[in-house]
Design a protein around this ligand. Structure first.
Ligand code: MTE
Length: 323
């Protein structure tokens, strides 16, 4: 195995510290979370390669045809960099969670669709994927921590899942939930997070053309650390909205409270749209570090996707749309 000790794309420690957690970093260190994130790496090396050998039941669907409508203004981030610079707190707060994340079992995987729908459904992930037409889309990804990447996702529009779910007219939001299994995810044994990870969108956001459910990246099924087997990509919002490893879509009337909003409501709101003019309470959002390049670029409002989404927020000027 190629173990890279110092990676050229490493950020200075100041930036690499998960910004979300700065408020409780001492608590985390006291509780030995660093060890939690790092210790399994060596131990799991064998299991990692064993799991990687298992064939993915949908691998024949990749690579999917690229949808050329979604253009980038920068090169796609190198896949190796993307695979070793992730936020997946279920597997620790380090950026390189590739090794511990291999504990995630991605089959069998059942997706539940419930709440305000004509009929609740439970469907196996492979059935769900095969009902959809997969396409590739290149999207920018802007983390609230002021870094960014550009990724070639494969998947299908969230709108297609909404159509499949047949929500009732009373449904106002879709709440999405990550798996919950502390035996499989050491991070979920940390009591100060309200596990499982939850995020929500309005129905208008969920059915917007850009909202995408990724099943793959870089021409093959998603790696575990990318949020296999099903994760959201909503590129006009800060990255924490793009929930990983989803097991449930619940159509609801009340606005869902996401995990980060529950942890720190003064810093992470429901809308979380990207806006360079509105700083996070503890840092500027004006620019972003483009991971893997050493470049710092100005951040664009709605992460450059205003043509697709700005209309969604007309008349909501009094809402906290930007954090
Ligand atoms: N989803 C779950 N279940 N757990 C997480 O820790 N992190 C979020 C989001 N979705 C997270 C999650 C954050 S903060 C970001 S920036 C993106 O996933 C990171 O996605 P990436 O690792 O593919 O870049």
């Amino acid at each position: 195995m190629n173990v890279i000790r110092r990676r050229p794309w490493d950020l200075p420690q100041r930036l690499a510290t998960p910004a979300h957690l700065a408020f409780s970093r001492r608590t985390l260190l006291g509780a030995g979370l660093g060890a939690l994130a790092l210790a399994p790496a060596g131990v799991l090396a064998q299991r990692v390669s064993d799991v990687a050998k298992l064939p993915d039941p949908t691998s024949d669907l990749y690579p999917a045809k690229r949808n050329e409508a979604f253009k980038l203004d920068r090169p796609i981030t190198d896949e190796t960099i993307n695979l070793h610079y992730n936020n997946f707190y279920e597997y620790g707060t380090a950026k390189d969670v590739a090794a511990p994340a291999q504990q995630l079992r991605v089959r069998p995987w059942t997706v539940k669709i419930d709440g305000l729908v004509e009929k609740p459904i439970e469907i196996g992930i492979d059935d769900l994927i095969r009902r959809m037409t997969l396409e590739e889309r290149t999207y920018r990804h802007r983390c609230v921590e002021a870094w960014s990447m550009a990724i070639a996702w494969t998947g299908f529009p969230l709108r297609k899942l909404v159509e499949f779910a047949r929500p009732l007219g009373s449904a106002k939001y879709v709440k999405m939930t990550t798996f919950f299994d502390p035996k499989m995810a050491p991070g979920q044994r940390l009591p100060w997070f309200p596990w499982p990870y939850v995020e929500g969108l309005t129905m208008a956001e969920a059915t917007n053309e850009l909202a995408f459910l990724a099943t793959g990246a870089y021409g093959h099924p998603l790696a575990r650390q990318q949020g296999a087997p099903l994760r959201l990509a909503v590129p006009w919002k800060y990255g924490f909205k793009s929930i990983k490893s989803i097991v449930q879509f619940t159509f609801v009337e009340q606005r869902p409270v996401g995990l980060w909003e529950a942890v720190q409501p003064s810093e992470y709101g429901f809308w979380a749209n990207v806006n360079p003019a509105v700083p996070h309470p503890r840092w500027s959002q004006a620019t972003e570090e483009v991971i893997g390049t050493g470049e710092r670029r100005p951040t664009l409002i709605f992460n450059g996707y205003g043509d697709y989404v700005a209309d969604l927020y007309k008349g909501l000027e009094k809402e906290r749309l930007w954090s």
